[in-house]
Design a protein around this ligand. Structure first.
Ligand code: MN
Ligand code: MN
Length: 299
């Protein structure tokens, strides 16, 4: 574990997240949002760990802008902006929900409170099942529902979901936090009318390499090499390859790679009762006495 790089990535991620939190995004397209946030990361000398997610209302996660995506933010939208920063493959994963309609302030505040509660409990040796229970209790006490099938995760070099999950509800089993790994904690909150689960939606606009096996299509294999050299195993968006390939061709080549299963496409995740969802997220490293929240805004 390279703690310095985790700290550097976390500091940049928190700066960019706080910029995102206070900015007025009404009237901006999701394309403008994703590009602007990604440019803020790059300006600070880091790379994106994944395409910025701008998931609106009942879409809980995994929406990123298509090239020139025209979907525009209105004053009644609830937008989860989830961003990832990487330095030498060490990742900071953090998210904020922006909303301009006071009707949804409670939802946003609850996601933040649940995250804060979880961070206050962390240290080496704490069971993640206890964290999940605390997140669930915090959310329910505020009159809302956690999304049970979305969870936090362990991080590894060039790997966002490194195999261990930090639940947002009470659950049996689980593991004990160790001091030699970084983790992300990310409570998702919906209304009391929500089902408290997400399902896969039809849209897929985030991708990642599955294998580097050649496909016998020369141009598709060139794209595969480009993806590997630039993004490694980390997720990417179509927007990120349309500087090298014209959009129509890029789509066709990407479809070919998906068909050959060398590239995987991730569907958007939608609340099952189509209720609005808020999210908050930090990356952290447990210590013997507490926690280093790498994406904390106070550091
Ligand atoms: Mn995230
Ligand atoms: Mn995450």
């Amino acid at each position: 574990m390279q703690i310095e790089d985790y700290i550097k990535a976390g500091k940049i991620a928190s700066e960019v997240r706080e910029m995102v939190r206070v900015k007025d995004w009404i009237g901006k397209s999701v394309y403008e949002i994703c590009e602007e946030v990604e440019n803020e990361i790059i300006k600070r000398g880091a790379k994106c760990a994944f395409p910025v997610n701008a998931s609106i209302n009942e879409i809980a996660a995994h929406y990123t802008a298509e090239p020139n995506d025209p979907i525009t933010i209105t004053d009644s939208d609830l937008v989860k902006i989830d961003l990832g920063v990487q330095i030498n493959g060490f990742i900071a994963d953090t998210a904020v929900t922006v909303c301009y309609d006071p009707q949804y302030d409670g939802l946003v505040q609850t996601a933040e409170s649940a995250l804060e509660k979880a961070m206050s409990m962390v240290k080496v040796g704490v069971k993640v099942s206890d964290i999940g229970r605390a997140i669930e209790t915090t959310i329910k006490q505020m009159g809302f529902k956690p999304i049970a099938n979305l969870s936090g995760h362990s991080l590894d070099k060039y790997t966002i979901h490194a195999g261990k999950t930090i639940p947002n509800v009470w659950s049996i089993g689980g593991f004990t936090l160790s001091g030699d790994s970084a983790y992300a904690c990310e409570p998702f909150v919906t209304t009391s009318e929500g089902g408290g689960f997400v399902r896969n939606g039809k849209i897929k606009n985030i991708f990642a390499i599955n294998s580097r096996k050649k496909t016998k299509n020369e141009e598709a294999d060139k794209l595969l090499d480009f993806i590997w050299e630039n993004f490694n195993m980390l997720p990417f968006a179509l927007r990120w390859i349309t500087k090298q390939w014209e959009e129509k061709e890029a789509r066709e080549l990407l479809d070919h790679l998906i068909k050959k299963k060398t590239v995987q496409a991730y569907p958007v995740l939608v609340e099952i009762h189509e209720q609005r969802v808020a999210q908050a997220e930090h990356t952290f490293i447990p210590t013997e006495t507490g926690v280093t929240v790498t994406t904390s805004s106070q550091s």
